[in-house]
Ligand binder design. Sequence first.
Ligand code: SAT
Ligand code: MN
Length: 611
Amino acid sequence: MAPTIHAGVSRWVDEITALCAPSRVHWCDGSEGEYRSLCDRLVAAGTFTPLAARPRSYVCRTHPSDTARVEDRTFICSLKKEDAGPTNHWAEPLAMKQTLLAKFRGSMAGRTMYVIPFCMGPLGSPLSRIGVEITDSAYVAVSMRAMTRMGAGVLRQLEKQGKPGAESAFVPCLHSLGAPLAPGQLDVPWPCAPDPADKYIVHFPDDPSIWSFGSGYGGNALLGKKCLALRIASTLARREGWMAEHMLILSLTSPAGATRYITAAFPSACGKTNLAMLTPSLPGWTVRCVGDDIAWMHVGPDGMLRAVNPEAGFFGVAPGTSEHSNPNAMASIRSDTIFTNVATTPDGDVWWEGMTEAPPAGLVDWHGKPWDPGSGEPAAQPNARFTVPIAHCPVLDPHWDDPEGVPISAIVFGGRRPGTIPLVNEALSWEHGVFLGSTIASETTAASTQQTGVLRRDPFAMFPFCGYHMGDYFAHWLAMGRALGANAPRVFCVNWFRKDAAGHYLWPGYGENIRVLKWMCERMDGEDVAERTDIGWLPKAGSLDLSGLELSETTKNDLRAVDKDGWRREVHAVSDHYAKFEPRLPAALAGELRALKQRLGILSHRIGVQP
Ligand code: SAT
Ligand code: MN
C-alpha cells in the first residue's frame, strides 16, 4: 500500500506501475539504512565497487554510450513550437507522449521501481518545489539521496501543503533505463538503452512533468537537477516572476569582516565548483559555499534578490580537481562519495587526469581495463563525476539552507574564451549586464555528448537549460532588473581562460581568482579602481591586487586590454547570434548592441547602413 495519503501521488504511482510493469515497487524513505542497503544491492549487481581507501564510497562505470547529457535527445514540448524557441528541440506534446508511452510500456520488467519524493530547496520554504521521481535505477535512488532533500519527510510536507479539499502540486518525474529484463535474463552493471536514438529527455512545461528514457547518467536521470531545477523551473520562474539560473552561490568575507553573497553563471565544466569553494590566496579573505550549480532567486520582502540552492549535493566534474585547484572539493569527497567513470588505483582509491601531476602505477581506466599511459587515451572519462552531499563541504556557508535565501550583491558571468574577453569587466548598467549575459560564449566541454572545444554562444550559461524561448528569457531578465530597481545586484563578466599567442593561459586562476573578487568588492564599496571603456568598467592600471604574483608587464596589460579587433569580430558574431532570437529579441538588447558598436566606432564607416 502506498505510504502516503496524498491521492495524487498514489494515483500516479499506480498508473506508472501498470504502465512500466516492474517486479517490485519500493517507496524511498530517505533513511541511512535504506541508502546502505541500496548501495549493497548495487555492489551485488556489479554496478558499484567499494573503495578501500575512502569510507562508504564507491566507484561505478557507465556504459560507454552513457557518459554525459544528450542535448540532441533533449526536448521541450511546449504547446506551441515557437514557445520552445531556437535553442531547444521541440516536439508536439501529445505525439511525444504517444511515443513515450510505447517506450515506457513494460520498460521496468524484471526490475524494482523506486518512488523518490524529493524537495528542491529547503524543506518547508515557500521558494522550494516538490517532485516525485519514479525510476528503475538504484543508482538514481542513491544519487538523489545525495543531491536532494529526499524521503518520507518530503511526502509529509506534500500532504501538509494541500489546501483543504485540494491536493498540493508536485512535479511528476518519470525515469526508466529502458532496459527491461526478460525472465531469467542476467543484468549488466550499467543498464541503459545504448542506441542514442533511444534516449529521450523530455519536458512538458505546461503540465509540468518530465519523462526521461534510456540513460542512467546524472544530468539525464537525476531529474531534480537540470530537468526540474532549470528547464521546468525556468518556465515557472518566468510565469511567477522569479529566476532559475545555472549559477553557483558563494559568500565572500573581507578582512574587515563584511560579507557579501555572489552568484556566478558559467557553462558546465568551466569551474563553477572550483569558484564556489575557492581557497583565497590573499590573506584575510574567506569564501564559503552555498551552492555550485543552480540558484533560484526571488525578490525578497526586503527588496533584495534572494537566492537559494535548490540542491543538497555536488555532482562535480572530477578531472582537473586537485589539492591545488580545489582543496575543499578534495576534502568533501574523502568519504560517502559515489564516483562515476573515474580511474582506480591498486590500493582501492580513485584517480583522474589533473589530480596529481604523474599518474600512479597500475591504474584501471574508466572502462575497467588496465590503463596504458602511452595509449593517448585518458584514464578517467573527461566528464567523470563525484556525487556527495553538500554537508561534506568544509567551507559550507552557515546560511546555505536558509529558507529565506541569501541576499545577492553581485552576479558574475563567464565562459572559456581564449581571446577578446578581458579578465574582468563590470557592466555599465543592468541592461548592459543582461547584454553581457546574453552574449556569453564558451568552448564546449565534455559535459555534453558533442564535439568539445568549439566556441558556442551559451547565453547566461543556460543554452542547454532554458525551458522556453530564449528571447523571452532575455526579456524576463530585463523585467527582473526593473522589479529590483536600485537593489539590483551589480553585474560582472570574467574570463579565467584567456590565452597568449603561444596558447598559455594568462591568468593562474583557482585560488588567485580571489584577486578579481576583491576588485569587485572595491567597486561595490565605491572605491576608485575602475575606468570606463567602450566595453564596460575595467580595472584601472595597478588597481587589481597582483601582489606576489609573477606576471609580466605584457600579461598584466593583456589581461585588462580592450582588444579592438577582437571586439569588432565579436560584435559581428553577436549580431548573428541575436538574429536567431528575432522577432522576440528585446529592443533594449538590440539597443545595447547598437550602443556598443557606436562606442567601438563601428557605425562610423558604415554611414546609412542599419547595424
Ligand atoms: O550532467 S549535469 O547536467 O548534471 C552537469 C552539467 O552538465 O552541468
Ligand atoms: Mn551545471
